[in-house]
Design a binder for this molecule. Structure first.
Ligand code: URA
Length: 238
């Protein structure tokens, strides 16, 4: 990749700005001052600006503890977006959606293929929610969730209802239909008053991650998530 493109990708400025930056003698490659904007970088080259090493990552992956009041989109007229919470120059978007009032674990990335695989209805990735609700709990509700629920013209896949108390539970679903948990609860006469996603596949909401904070996924976690969707694809082809 050309040096000026590399710097522009890092959002150090427009292509014109970064050419000036290079001319001004602030950019080094492998500790050597480089003043040519078309300098060809090798993958192993170490680029620094003002003696600070610049690391270019094509894809980034974050785990956000989403607060209420943020919309799972990249632009919105009404609410601030989840991507605005992340200090990163890549073109980020959320992996799937949580409702504006839902909190908890949301993945954010700029990797379209990764996002597509994890949200495609073809792959069934478990998502677990902590739910508080009003209405009268009945003992047959867990069985109803297991046996699938008709919501309008859609029949849900088997879901898991775990009793916590007469006004709270965990619900695990492996799909991501619009308002799915709220609608499933409504179908058994319960109204969701609080919804928090506590896990996504093997990832759990970290106790140390405050609402509104985020962390990068480790390389291992990213690889495991990619493999999960590949394994599921394998199952579907069997
Ligand atoms: N189900 C819902 O109803 N809302 C969410 O935000 C996520 C799952």
């Amino acid at each position: 990749m050309r040096l000026d493109k590399f710097l522009a990708n890092l959002k150090l400025g427009s292509r014109k700005d970064v050419k000036k930056l290079i001319k001004s003698g602030l950019i080094k490659v492998n500790n050597e001052l480089i003043k040519k904007d078309d300098y060809k970088l090798k993958p192993s080259d170490i680029v620094s600006y003002n003696n600070q090493v610049l690391e270019y990552k094509e894809y980034v992956y974050y785990l956000l503890n989403k607060p209420a009041g943020f919309v799972s989109a990249t632009v919105d007229n009404l609410y601030p977006t989840v991507v605005s919470l992340i200090d990163d120059y890549h073109d980020l978007f959320p992996v799937g959606r949580l409702d504006v009032d839902t909190t908890g674990l949301l993945l954010i990335t700029n990797d379209g293929e990764f996002s597509h695989r994890l949200t495609s209805p073809k792959y069934h990735v478990d998502k677990k929610y902590y739910v508080e609700f009003s209405g009268t709990y009945h003992n047959d509700i867990p069985e109803i969730f297991k046996n699938r629920i008709q919501i309008d013209d859609y029949l849900t896949l088997p879901a898991k209802y775990e009793y916590i108390s007469d006004s709270s539970c965990y619900v695990t679903i492996c799909e991501g239909k619009f308002h799915q948990v709220k609608l499933m609860m409504k179908s058994v006469g319960l109204t969701v008053t609080k919804l928090e996603r506590v896990s996504f596949a093997f990832l759990e909401l970290d106790n140390t991650l405050e609402c509104g904070s985020y962390r990068e996924l480790t390389k291992d976690e990213v690889m495991k998530l990619k493999n999960i969707s590949k394994e599921l694809e394998g199952d579907l082809n069997d």
